[in-house]
Design a protein around this ligand. Structure first.
Ligand code: ADP
Ligand code: ZN
Length: 306
């Protein structure tokens, strides 16, 4: 007799909104709640905990809870700050112990990782990175974040990757200072939704597709792709998040800029004939993050570390 897969709960903490998901995978989502991310972190987390409690009352107990959070996050177990958000441009959230908040209120095991590592894991399990061992997941939304899977495992090192803040070379005549509170014109300061809005004076959703602002965004993301290619030659780079998913014209521009930027260096098949599959949208679309949280719950339920 086939046993029914255990019910899991995932919470994605995003810069603009948070999503709670209950289910066992993309084909079996039983409940979903979306809430705004307020600058009052405690109020936001309290509402999320209530939403999880309501979902549990409606759908039954969870085997585990997964948290996929914006960062930077302390992910080293045993460190005093484990599970906390570190210094972040997101007002009101620096130092918040997101894992502890849920661990204190719920008896279920709580798994934690960054939103982008979690999304990468979900894409590997159910989406556009199935059967791949080396790939990247990039979100372009309220911030820019990058999750890396190398040899089938998240690449974390002494700290999880923060490639959204790499320095970007720009034409000398482009003097716009950028919007990152820490670095000005880093990748996030040039290509995130708030950066696009600060630069153009128009919400990204309203910015015409032929605006030159998009060229700068594509050029900056192509430099990230150039760096990733030279770092670990991923089999695929998935680019999602609220900005990229809604702007299908961005990916072709990024591919063209990447090809020009690499200048024929490295004869990898994914660069020669497979550029459309190399720089690709996530298979799970806007559910990559929430399903990523579900993947973390699945790992936690099995006693695995993410
Ligand atoms: P979060 O970063 O909170 O997870 P999202 O990934 O959904 O959220 O990204 C939110 C960003 O997406 C905002 O900066 C918003 O301006 C931008 N956005 C929303 N709709 C569009 C659109 N149609 N075109 C471009 N950007 C958009
Ligand atoms: Zn920055």
């Amino acid at each position: 007799m086939a046993t029914e897969a255990a019910l899991l709960a995932g919470v994605e903490l995003g810069g603009t909104k948070c999503v709670c998901l209950v289910g066992t995978g993309p084909a079996d989502i039983r409940g979903r709640v979306s809430l705004p991310t307020l600058s009052d972190a405690n109020a936001t987390l309290t509402r999320l905990a209530q939403a999880l409690g309501d979902l549990r009352a409606a759908h039954g107990p969870f085997a585990a809870i997964g948290l996929a959070s914006f960062g930077p996050l302390e992910l080293r177990r045993g460190c005093a700050g484990y599970g906390r958000i570190e210094r972040t441009p997101k007002e009101g959230w620096s130092g918040v112990d997101v894992r502890g908040f849920f661990a204190q209120r719920f008896a279920e095991p709580v798994g934690l990782s960054t939103d982008v590592i979690a999304a990468a894991l979900a894409e590997g399990r159910w989406g556009a990175a199935r059967d791949l061992r080396d790939y990247a997941y990039v979100t372009v939304g309220t911030g820019v974040g990058v999750g890396l899977i190398a040899g089938g495992q998240p690449l974390i090192g002494g700290h999880h990757p923060e490639l959204g803040h790499i320095r970007i070379a720009r034409p000398a005549e482009d003097r716009w200072p950028g919007s990152c509170r820490f670095h000005g014109d880093c990748l996030e300061g040039l290509a995130s939704g708030p950066a696009i809005e600060a630069r153009s004076g128009i919400a990204p959703a309203e910015l015409p597709a032929d605006s030159p602002v998009w060229d700068g965004v594509a050029a900056a993301l192509a430099q990230l792709a150039h760096t990733l290619t030279l770092t670990f030659a991923p089999q695929r780079i998935l680019i999602g998040g609220g900005v990229a998913l809604a702007q299908p014209g961005l990916l072709p521009r990024i591919r063209a800029a990447l090809r020009a930027s690499l200048g024929g260096y490295l004869a990898l098949p994914q660069l020669e004939d497979g550029m459309d599959e190399f720089i690709a949208p996530p298979g799970l679309g806007s559910l990559a993050g929430p399903l990523g949280a579900l993947s973390l719950a699945s790992q936690a339920a099995h006693g695995l570390r993410s």
